[in-house]
Design a protein around this ligand. Structure first.
Ligand code: HEM
Length: 499
């Protein structure tokens, strides 16, 4: 039968005559092995799942445009920043952290803010969160920490006991825990929150001079959070609230925007600043390092297929472009190795050829072959370096200036040794900055969460954490202790033990 309609085909393009009935020996007989399409359909279905991200499994993403609004060429030679008005295509994936791919969007959790800039000198991934700090400051603790945010190995349930046990044993977490327990821990979707590069990075200018920088994305939609109760209710009514909110606003042309700003510190300032500038549990107060305008990020295109673009996107903090560099932040250093390793496991060795991850500009190297090599494999060109046939060279002009960090001997240094162990001033300052209403919500949320601590170590864990709140701010500690109905004499004794 001739028809103008598109023909149903096998994956190899062969038109197929029958798609709903398997071929059988007689109407009630067994199925014939030669019904190849039946096998192809079942076999492909069985292979639809790929590993979900080990963290940040639930997410939403969109394409957008970054536009330069201010000249920062005195800090960076990065081509994407070199002209006011210059536009660079981007892809941004938001996420929660601890939940599985099907978990609710309004869980109390930090939110991922992973941004890919498709620049003319390669893809730059700025893989940040909606918070300027993190729970730990050494990558060796990351796996242990994440285990406490996931499911208990026995109950297979989330466990307040595990979380508060880890946090109370790692007081460097207090700053991030204070943010997490405030209403910033339950943002109203992804459009109404800020994003942060969080780590200290570097910028290198045309004179090969280095500055240390922090990246901030300020929401133009205004900050809006759920209260604990609202977030809990939304988990039941629309677990995909943030996905739906982002998608529908972009679909109707209400494009969300963020202003990119940076903080800048000179190498000289870094040597003497009161806080270790490479400690991810600390901020650089704006009073000391004011925000400098850079540009605007706008999300303006929903991907037409979630799996192809959002699920297969892969971001790596190691991927920086000329003019932007790393810093000695130990967490950043650990992440440089971890992400491409995770992508090779999750998506395969050629993950950078998947369209959402592919650099739209030239990619020249001698990496060849491997599963799912789909880009032509560099054709008949030579597959070794150096060679006498092509004219591909390593360009020394991209070299960064050497680092003079005066860091001393190689050893396992305690991240919380004398001089690095003030985990209390910044969270205390943050609390004291809050409005009375925000203070009330923070205490209520902490009391709610800490009430979940259970089991034989309940008292030990509760008192150990209370001791940290007291050290941050006596009023905060008192309010939480009151909410938890803790015996204050016991708590004070405990404070003496842990002091
Ligand atoms: C995702 C490791 C700290 C933000 C991931 C993934 C791994 C990982 C393995 C999954 C990657 C994938 O399968 O695609 C680590 C390690 C850390 C660390 C080892 C510490 C040493 C951080 C910090 C931030 C962060 C400090 C934010 C400042 C993210 C984000 C994603 C992610 C946003 C999701 C990226 C996406 O949307 O695909 N992390 N992480 N991580 N991480 Fe981390």
């Amino acid at each position: 039968m001739e028809t103008n309609k598109k023909k149903l085909t096998t994956a190899s393009g062969i038109p197929y005559a029958e798609n709903e009935n398997s071929m059988t020996v007689g109407p009630r007989g067994p199925i014939l092995l030669q019904d190849f399409i039946l096998h192809e359909k079942m076999a492909h279905f069985n292979r639809e799942r790929i590993p979900e991200r080990v963290v940040h499994a639930k997410g939403s993403g969109a394409y957008g445009t970054f536009t330069v609004t201010h000249d920062i060429s005195k800090y960076t030679r990065a081509k994407l920043f070199n002209t006011i008005g210059k536009e660079t295509k981007t892809f941004l994936r938001f996420s929660t952290v601890g939940g599985e791919k099907g978990s609710a969007d309004t869980e109390r959790d930090p939110r991922g803010f992973a941004l890919k800039f498709y620049t003319e000198e390669g893809n730059w991934d700025l893989v940040g969160n909606n918070t300027p700090v993190f729970f730990i400051k050494d990558p060796k603790k990351f796996g242990d920490f994440i285990h406490t945010q996931k499911r208990d190995p026995y109950t297979n349930c989330k466990s307040a006991t595990m979380m508060w046990d880890f946090w109370s044993l790692n007081p460097e977490s207090l700053h991030q825990v204070t943010i997490l327990m405030s209403d910033r821990g339950t943002p109203y979707g992804y459009r109404h929150m800020d994003g942060f590069g969080s780590h200290t990075f570097s910028m290198i200018n045309a004179n090969n001079e280095r500055h240390w920088v922090k990246f901030h994305f300020k929401t133009e939609q205004g900050i809006k959070n759920f209260t604990d109760e609202e977030a809990g209710a939304m988990r039941g009514t629309n677990p995909d609230f943030a996905q739906h909110d982002l998608l529908t606003h972009i679909d109707k042309g209400d494009f969300p925007k963020w202003k990119l700003k940076i903080q800048v510190m000179t190498e000289e300032q870094a040597k003497t600043y009161k806080w270790n500038p490479f400690d991810l549990t600390k901020v650089w107060p704006h009073a000391d390092f004011p925000l400098i305008d850079v540009g605007v990020l706008e999300l303006n295109q929903n991907p037409d297929n979630y799996f192809a673009h959002v699920e297969q996107s892969a971001f790596a903090p190691a991927h920086v472009v000329d003019g932007v560099g790393y810093s000695p932040d130990k967490m950043l250093q650990g992440r440089l190795l971890s992400y491409p390793d995770a992508h090779r496991h999750r998506l395969g060795g050629n993950y950078e050829q998947i369209p959402v991850n592919r650099c739209p500009f030239a990619v020249n190297n001698y990496q060849r072959d491997g599963q799912m090599r789909v880009d032509g494999n560099h054709g008949s060109g030579p597959n070794y370096f150096p060679n006498s046939f092509d004219d591909i060279v390593a360009d020394e002009s991209y070299k960064e200036p050497a680092w003079d960090l005066g860091t001393g001997l190689a050893d396992w240094y305690d991240r919380n040794a004398e001089g690095e162990n003030d985990h209390y001033t910044q969270p205390g300052n943050l609390y004291r900055l809050m409005t009375e209403e925000a203070k009330y919500d923070l205490v209520k949320n902490i009391v709610h969460s800490m009430s979940g601590i259970d089991g034989p170590k309940k008292e030990l864990i509760t008192n150990r954490q209370l001791c940290h709140w007291f050290r941050a701010d006596i009023g905060l500690g008192m309010a939480i202790a009151k909410g938890l109905q803790v015996d204050m004499d016991e708590a004070m004794k405990n404070m003496a033990v842990h002091a």
